[in-house]
Design a protein around this ligand. Sequence first.
Ligand code: GRF
Length: 235
Amino acid sequence: MEVIRLSSSNAPLSLVVLISGRGSNLGAIVHQCQQHRIPAKISTVISNNPDAPGLRIAQQAGIAIRVIDHREYANRDEYDLALMKAIDETAPGLVVMAGFMRILSANFVRHYASRLINIHPSLLPNLRGLNTHARALAAGVERHGASVHFVTEELDAGPIIVQAAVPVLEADTPESLAQRVLEQEHRIYPLAISWFAQGRLQIHGDQVLLDGKQQPEQGLGTAKKKAYSPQPLSS
Ligand code: GRF
């Protein structure tokens, strides 16, 4: 089985963050970088949406922003080439999708293999795709959550780095459930990036190892009952 070791150097990891909207995950990552809890620096935030509120979060933090509006490109391949060019100008060690609402071409995904991650609001492999909170309620699941994963050509399906689960309550609406999941997203996304930046992750087939070991909390969506509560990042 192929094992991919994700190297790290002593320099802070350079990140590019891709957004389309609100940017609350971006905000959580910015905060943890500012507090030196992640050995990484966001060089650029790129949005496909010129009106994304998350762009203001980047600007307020003094981070360079770029808008590459998909409506100005004839097709997905052309858009993805322009996006790749903009990303590669910053030579990032890791590309972080934080609410980037675009399906990526195979060419793009292959170009950033093992250095492109995403957060998805479900306990993958359950509930791939959109409207996960409403679908979790409609399916009557007891537990829902979020997953950080490496991006592969299959949508919402790459090796999982970390997951966090929340109970689904009887009174939940899609909005209340989304809010509870979002709080977990803001914990696990910076955590996953810090592990990557510290060189602690390896991709082993379709599994991600942390410090050479498979984590028990992975696979929460299908097997375990216990909710995973990642420890707060230490300063
Ligand atoms: C999050 O729920 C994330 O899981 C999903 O898109 C949403 C983005 O929210 N991929 P925000 O823009 O980070 O606030």
